[in-house]
Design a protein around this ligand. Structure first.
Ligand code: BG6
Length: 503
């Protein structure tokens, strides 16, 4: 039912990079295996490395084997899929590769005797976006088949969109001079996660939650994106970007938005409006107030149980010892924030957000903590924790609601019990990139961020960066690898009389 029929060509800039190896290519391969990709398609990897097509395909095959640990590679399927893969060697800042690409894409059009729709996927570090866009424009590749029609091209841009508000604005202006908004797909893969989409369904599909979804009943919200991995091979990208720009500006704020937004119908623009409205209503943190609301951290050496469920302990390097990282680096690998919204529904309800690398475990969770019942007949020992609705984004995807219940027995004792919904173990959840690539190809922009939302998030984030500049050199490292982050993050929430539920 979902099968796409129109052929396409996807040019992936940065095809030998981490993102393509870990996420994009595996997602395309899954879509192929599920028989969703159309009968005819062409994937062109555009990168600097001097690879032949054969070497490039072997490189991708190895990546699939390495990173797609859910499936054993089926050689035959791979061989069939790989027939659709091509390689274009080129420097992003030299015209030659783009010129050669024109010829390659023209061959596909000729082969199918059609204007094959083109997707340009920017999977490079963001500082390359501008030059790539410039050449797409100059060579008229951006105009698609026959260089004269904008109907057949789309551009997919990975977060982070720039490194600051100014950058983001510049990038948007550049994009807008070349493409129309309907052709621009800005990706934040958290929006494509199955469990994130379930938040809206859960809130609006169930009569009992929507009426409670406001400051009258909700005490606060906690959002944690914990990663057990460190910076891995991405030191070059991560240095100077840090957790605030890499994770908070996009993924953390998107999760918050999924909780706080209130669209009045399910349509592309209403949902995008509702998201932009939430981000636009975040109360700005003045640079001089940054320590009250934001805590940053960087991991030092430590011991971790790498991967969940493993019992063997591994000694981990500190961030400053990672490859391609400055040994004196002040880049933060952790950030925790207290965010308030300037909105009648959320007035006074704090959203505590945190994310970090090399934390105790890989986990993404949202906890909506409800206020205590007004008439508390059963004592105060559950204060602040009676009803907590947890969205387990991953792992163990599902939703849990804790409720107060009487303990079995002859005396009146009460305990907090979970009511849980988990996705069936046998159901394999689609990966976020599968969903986003598919939506992109179908032309559905619902799960892609719009320029006003991106700009509003940068406005908020930039003030924090400014505040950190004013503060001067941080005292890094300040949390050991394999912990829950710096002590300051515990104080951030405890000074409000609350505590992190995940610890
Ligand atoms: C990416 C960040 O957007 O998200 C990475 O650039 C991070 O630093 C990754 O590791 C986390 O994604 P996920 O889906 O594994 O939680």
């Amino acid at each position: 039912m979902l099968r796409l029929t129109s052929p396409f060509v996807m040019v992936i800039f940065g095809a030998t990079g981490d993102l393509n190896q870990r996420k994009l290519l595996p997602a395309l391969f899954h879509l192929y295996k599920k028989n969703i990709l159309p009968p005819e398609f062409f994937i062109v990897g555009f990168s600097r490395r001097d690879y032949s097509e054969v070497v490039f395909k072997t490189f991708l095959k190895e990546a699939i084997v390495k990173y797609d640990d859910r499936h054993k590679l089926d050689e035959n399927q791979w061989e069939r899929f790989a027939r659709n893969i091509f390689y274009q060697q080129g420097d992003f800042d030299q015209i030659d590769g783009y010129d050669q690409c024109i010829a390659k894409l023209a061959e596909f059009d000729k082969k199918l005797n059609a204007c094959v729709p083109r997707y340009f996927y920017l999977a490079t570090p963001p500082d390359k976006y501008e030059i790539i866009l410039k050449f797409l424009h100059e060579t008229k590749l951006s105009e698609g088949c026959g260089q004269g029609s904008d109907k057949w091209t789309k551009v997919m841009v990975e977060k982070p969109f720039g490194r600051s508000l100014e950058d983001a604005k510049k990038l948007d202006m550049k994009l807008a001079t070349i493409f129309k908004e309907e052709q621009i797909y800005r990706l934040d893969h958290y929006l494509g996660k199955e469990t994130v989409q379930n938040i809206l369904a859960f809130r609006y599909g169930n009569t009992m939650f929507d009426p409670l979804w406001n400051r009258q009943f909700i005490d606060h919200v906690q959002i944690t994106i914990g990663e057990s991995l460190g910076v891995e091979t991405r030191g070059n990208f991560y240095e100077g970007v840090g957790a605030l720009r890499d994770m908070a500006q996009s993924h953390l704020l998107e999760l918050m938005t999924a909780i706080a937004m209130k669209p009045d119908k399910y349509s592309v623009e209403t949902l995008r409006d509702a998201r932009a409205q939430v981000v636009g209503s975040i109360v700005a943190i003045k640079p001089e107030e940054v320590t009250r609301y934001v805590v940053r951290g960087q991991y030092g050496r430590g011991i971790t149980n790498e991967g969940q469920g493993m019992t063997n302990q591994i000694e981990m390097r500190g961030y400053r010892e990672e490859s391609n990282v400055d040994p004196q680096s002040n880049t933060e690998t952790y950030v925790a924030l207290k965010v308030l919204l300037n909105h009648p529904r959320w007035d006074g309800v704090p959203f505590y957000l945190r994310t970090g690398k090399r934390l105790l475990k890989k986990v993404t969770e949202i906890a909506v903590v409800f206020k205590e019942p007004r008439l508390n007949l059963f004592g105060s020992h559950f204060r602040g924790k009676t009803n907590v609705l947890r969205f387990n984004i991953e792992p163990n995807e599902g939703i849990t609601l804790s409720v107060l219940a009487k303990k079995v027995g002859l005396i009146s004792e009460f305990e907090s019990m979970p009511m849980a919904f988990t996705y069936q173990k046998q159901t394999e959840l689609p990966q976020a990139y599968e969903r986003l690539l598919l939506d992109g190809m179908k032309g559905d922009q619902t799960l892609f961020t719009r320029t006003d939302e991106v700009e509003a998030s940068w406005k908020f984030i930039s003030k924090i960066s400014k505040g950190w500049q004013l503060q001067g050199v941080p005292d890094f490292p300040n949390y050991p690898a394999g912990s829950w982050g710096p002590e300051g993050a515990t104080q951030l929430i405890e000074k409000d009389g609350r505590e992190w539920l995940l610890k």
